[in-house]
Design a protein around this ligand. Structure first.
Ligand code: PMP
Length: 422
């Protein structure tokens, strides 16, 4: 008899049989408020009727139109629609199935386009589990330990994680930029550096927003040295942070487009596997033949679901809703933190919010975080932990979440934190 790998560990004890909107239902009919969204994926809620209908209709018409063999309509329509929401100039696209694949594709593109081999990543980032993406992932050694040798050419620079250093955001940004300059002077010469690869908000690494000072500084350095700025918006894209793209919170004041390359996945297709890599056409053209493609990339059903997702995001005002509900959520989390010293920090952007737990000496408290998560689950609220030490509990609900649902989640949260920290 076969069973799932013992290493495929589920964060919750739920056997999900049905999903609808912000709710998941288990095999005993119990409803849960799903504030995990399948790790930030079900942006339009579980089984949004418009997305389901689009996927059903496409399934009946054409499931697999292999995109290096034939073209298909959903691929063309999606490309057109993404063109309407992508930053100025990022007018050339190609598709893969997952975030990891898209990250690696961006690295291939950057290496081809610049003729340079190094990529600078930021400490605390998660870029995926495939071998190249794992080499770029520094959110926890659990994604790296024992699998080396890792892909060479990855240089790790500090992220402006103000809470970690106990600094202001401004000081953290200046420090991170100074260290980056130092790395470019001592470790990876600009002439060897192809790209900076950056999450606008660290997701798995603990839900830590970057800031405008830092990203503007990165853009300046990229311009100065001919380095490409690749934004990994796998988790922060498609409205998650209350702007369509996470980096739009941090756009340079002079109106320049921040990314040279943008990667999106997760929320893009409401749960169907799809990722996209966007860049200016003249840059994309520098990719060598054979470096882009894949059997399932740009799958017809996934593309149809993505088109429907973008329609729902627009029609239902989900970006605005993420901003409004995100503020409500963050304010509520801060209220809980104010009366529970175990919550050392609350942070987030839009519907990407988190609370960090420490012990009385200020050390990471993963047991507390795990216990709070469990207490919330028992009360019908599904949450995930994250961060280098697993001591951060995050809330990333579907973007269709209502104010009432946020309030209900906050009630449960207050109870769970109280129960776990008495
Ligand atoms: N980049 C970021 C920012 C992510 O959050 C993730 C997934 N959590 C990935 C890349 C990898 O995506 P996937 O699991 O689809 O390969």
């Amino acid at each position: 008899m076969a069973a799932l790998s013992p290493r495929l560990k589920q964060a919750t004890g739920v056997l999900a049989v049905r999903g609808e909107g912000v709710h998941l239902y288990d095999d005993r009919g119990r409803a849960y408020l799903d504030f995990t969204s399948g790790i930030g994926v079900t942006s339009t809620g579980h089984c949004h009727p418009h997305v389901v209908r689009a996927a059903q209709e496409q399934t009946a018409a054409l499931v697999h139109g292999q995109y290096t063999t034939v073209l298909h309509r959903p691929l063309l329509t999606l490309t057109e629609r993404l063109g309407e929401v992508l930053p100025e100039g990022l007018d050339s696209l190609f598709y893969a199935n997952s975030g990891s694949e898209a990250v690696e594709a961006a690295v291939r593109l950057a290496r081809h386009a610049t003729g340079r081999q190094n990529v600078v990543v930021l400490q605390g980032s998660f870029h995926g589990r495939t071998m190249g993406a794992a080499a770029m992932t520094t959110s926890s050694t659990k994604f790296r330990a024992g699998i080396g040798p890792m892909m060479p050419g990855v240089v790790v620079a500090p992220f402006p994680a103000a809470f970690r250093y106990g600094w202001t955001q401004e000081r953290a940004a200046d420090f991170a930029l100074e260290e980056l300059d130092h790395l470019l002077a001592t470790v990876s010469a600009p002439s060897d550096t192809a790209a900076f690869v950056v999450e606008p908000v660290l997701g798995e690494g603990g839900c830590v927003p970057a800031d405008a000072r830092f990203l503007t500084g990165l853009r300046e350095r990229a311009d100065r040295h001919g380095i490409l700025l690749v934004l990994d918006e796998v988790q922060t894209g498609v409205g998650r942070t209350g702007r369509f793209w996470g980096h739009q919170h941090f756009a340079p004041e002079d109106g320049r487009t921040l990314p040279d390359v943008l990667i999106t996945a997760k929320g893009l297709a409401s749960g169907f596997p799809l990722s996209a890599i966007a860049a200016p056409e003249e840059l994309m053209a520098k990719a060598r033949p054979g470096s882009q493609g894949g059997t399932y990339g740009g799958n017809a059903v996934a593309c149809a679901a993505a088109v429907a997702t973008l329609e729902v995001v627009e029609r239902e005002g989900l970006v605005e809703n993420a901003a409004v509900q995100g503020e409500r959520l963050l304010a509520g989390l801060r209220e809980v933190a104010a009366v529970h010293p175990a919550v050392a920090d609350v942070r987030g952007l839009g519907l990407m919010c988190a609370s960090e737990f420490t012990d009385a000496d200020g050390r990471p408290a993963p047991e507390t975080a795990a216990w709070v998560r469990q207490q919330a689950e028992e009360r019908g609220l599904l949450l995930l932990t994250c961060g280098a030490y697993g001591n951060v509990v995050r809330m990333i609900p579907p973007l269709v979440v209502t104010g009432e649902q946020v309030d209900r989640a906050l009630e449960v949260w207050a109870e769970a934190v109280a129960a776990a920290t008495v």
